[in-house]
Ligand binder design. Sequence first.
Ligand code: PLP
Length: 294
Amino acid sequence: MTLISYTETPIQEIRDALLEKAGIRLLIKREDLNNPEVSGNKWWKLKHNLFRAHELGHHTLLTFGGAYSNHLYALAAAAHALKVKSIGIVRGEQTLPLNRTLDFATRKGMKLHYLSREQYREKSDEKILTEMRNRFGEFYLIPEGGTNEEAIKGCFELGEKLMREIQFDTLCLAVGTGGTLAGVVQALQPNQEVIGVSVLKDGRFLADEVRKWLPERVPGRWRIETRFDFGGYAKTTPELMNFLKRQQSSHQLPLDQVYTAKALFAVYSMIEKGKFRRGSTVLMLHTGGLQGAA
Ligand SMILES: *Cc1c(COP(=O)(O)O)cnc(C)c1O
């Protein structure tokens, strides 16, 4: 059972000269196509949170995010579909006109509330949460980026689905908070590896973030690749944008510059450097995010 509709997603095989020469099979699991609005990994991260909020009888969902957050976008759409209220606490000052993400969220009925960057840093403090309760009444809280136990449970199920549908040696995906990685890796076998590509500047801290969510031992291997942040969150370079455009025109593969283009760029770079065994299958999880594409 699911509360938000889910469409089965295709697996797209990419063929080109580099892959041929390296003897690598590259597959893209197109989770960006699972739902038009609550899409990609956000569908899986929200799934059990929505059940839980429903079970607990909450009529309001509250969460945090930056002004371009895919999570805010998805949550606003999910709340609208379920006919519950949503509140988005946004980092920084309001700027008008609203960007596309926040405009969409508002049209889905999300109430936006802005916190200064200083206040935002303390957003998990009881003080801020109490202030929010005084202002908005009771709510079900989903943290920034949507990562919590319920989210990881959903991403574990996504991992199980990948295991049922596809044979692969290495799974690559974009990492923001690490919640998606922490979920999927728990469904893998010892001969499989997950490579999480950090889209944040200096992503070395992310390994500790992921570890917080994992039991002491997990069957699958995993690591965080930190060399493909392109300057940090939402930062791009002409090289990255050219790569993104080439993927679109040569393979009809839409990518966003914040997450999925960086992940696939990393995959290509690692293939060029001979990091994957000849004959192996690399699976890239398309985590969505196309609402924020340039
Ligand atoms: C949110 C998001 C991610 C990051 O997921 P985490 O679980 O926070 O690591 C990756 N890709 C896309 C497209 C996203 O929207």
